[in-house]
Design a protein around this ligand. Structure first.
Ligand code: KG4
Ligand code: ZN
Length: 354
């Protein structure tokens, strides 16, 4: 990457990236010369499992408890002290307000006390560029971001230069996995459990859920959740009144098979939807060189393989980040902070989370 007008002029920029937008506390160090040299993470998933989803109040409290330790761990792993940091980059939006505020206030205080350059990063830009941490990706390309909070398609033309082509009009893809897992009496987060169940029966599409056709490149996933809900209710396996899955305790083979069928059909439907939007995007931008698949849902091996095959058939390169860079992490924030520092794009300490 080309070094440009970093205001204070060091050639090797060292960036501390901090991420606290939801239920992960992440911190990482990125340098111009060596890329990511540390990546520390604390995941709160275990705290939220009993509730079947992220509880915002618990999430922000846990962020407060962990942030010091995780930032310290990132600095120690990188063998750098705060004085060697040139820039502090932090997720400033979007996300859960309480969680975001912990990271943002922490980073602001550190930047103010240590007189460091400071940059607020959009979490989605972090995900969108996360595949660059390990790969050299030629511009322009199409990026499919699918996480628990967002699903969107971008045309990426350069570092920090991207155009949104489509986004979800209701639930995000990861949210669909999480909500449907709950209907099936499965634990949070739904994505990994659903992948495992689908794999057990070979990713077959027995239940043929609807693939909602949209005008343009937007997505909609709430119809999938409703289709599963009504199907389970009809089978007497979901209680609409108490809003409880009746599959929770029933571990007979018939019910397990149904969980596998729902999981598998859901995954195939989401694969079809992703492929359809990518096909439309390629028709609009045939000269793009590559496709990237990022965000928590990009951990999914079935979806990775389907999209890799799709890219190959369309003669495009295909990239996705390593698992630790798919789900929320400080490394992607440090990475974006680094190119923004190179571009001289710093933030005022007065920025907010909105
Ligand atoms: O990017 P991420 O860590 O957080 C947000 O920014 O939302 O994504 C979390 C989401 C969850 O909805 C989770 O169910 C989904 O990513 N996920 C998966 C898999 N692993 C995590 N979805 C499908 N398959 C997976 N293997
Ligand atoms: Zn995320």
């Amino acid at each position: 990457m080309q070094l440009s007008n970093f205001a204070t002029g060091p050639h090797n920029i060292t960036v501390l990236g901090i991420e606290t937008s939801c239920d992960e506390t992440g911190a990482a160090v990125y340098t111009t010369n060596n890329g990511i040299i540390s990546n520390a993470l604390f995941s709160q998933i275990a705290f939220h499992i009993p509730y079947g989803g992220v509880v915002p109040e618990l999430a922000s409290r846990s962020q407060i408890e962990r942030i010091n330790t995780i930032v310290d761990a990132a600095l120690q792993q990188a063998s750098v002290d705060l004085d060697s940091i040139d820039v502090i980059a932090v997720t400033s939006k979007p996300g859960l307000s309480g969680s975001l505020l912990v990271g943002l206030c922490f980073a602001k205080a550190l930047a103010y006390a240590k007189q460091k350059k400071f940059i607020g990063i959009n979490h989605l830009e972090g995900h969108a560029f996360s595949a660059h941490i390990e790969h050299d990706i030629p511009f322009p390309y199409i990026c499919l971001t699918a996480s628990g909070g967002h699903t969107a398609l971008y045309l990426v033309e350069g570092f920090g230069s991207y155009k949104i082509l489509g986004r979800t009009l209701d639930d995000a893809a990861g949210e669909a996995f999480d909500k449907i897992a709950r209907l099936l009496g499965l634990p949070y987060p739904g994505g990994p459990v659903i992948e495992k169940l689908a794999e057990q029966i070979g990713f077959v599409d027995d239940l043929h859920y609807p693939r909602l056709k949209m005008r343009g490149l937007d997505f909609s996933f709430s119809g999938l959740k409703t289709a599963v809900l009504y199907d389970l209710a009809k089978r007497g396996l979901y209680d609409m009144t108490s809003k409880k899955s009746l599959l929770h305790d029933a571990k007979n083979s018939e019910n397990i098979y149904l969980q596998q069928q729902v999981a598998s059909s859901l995954l195939v439907a989401i694969g079809d939807i992703f492929q359809d939007r990518l096909q439309q995007a390629l028709a609009l931008y045939p000269s793009v060189q590559a496709i990237t698949f990022v965000g928590g849902v990009a951990c999914n091996k079935y979806l990775q393989q389907r999209l890799a095959l799709f890219a190959q058939k369309n003669k495009k390169l295909f990239f996705f980040p390593a698992k630790e860079y798919c789900t929320d992490n400080g490394a992607m924030i440090a990475f974006v902070g680094h190119y923004k520092a190179q571009q001289g794009l710093f933030s005022d300490l007065a920025i907010d989370i909105f």
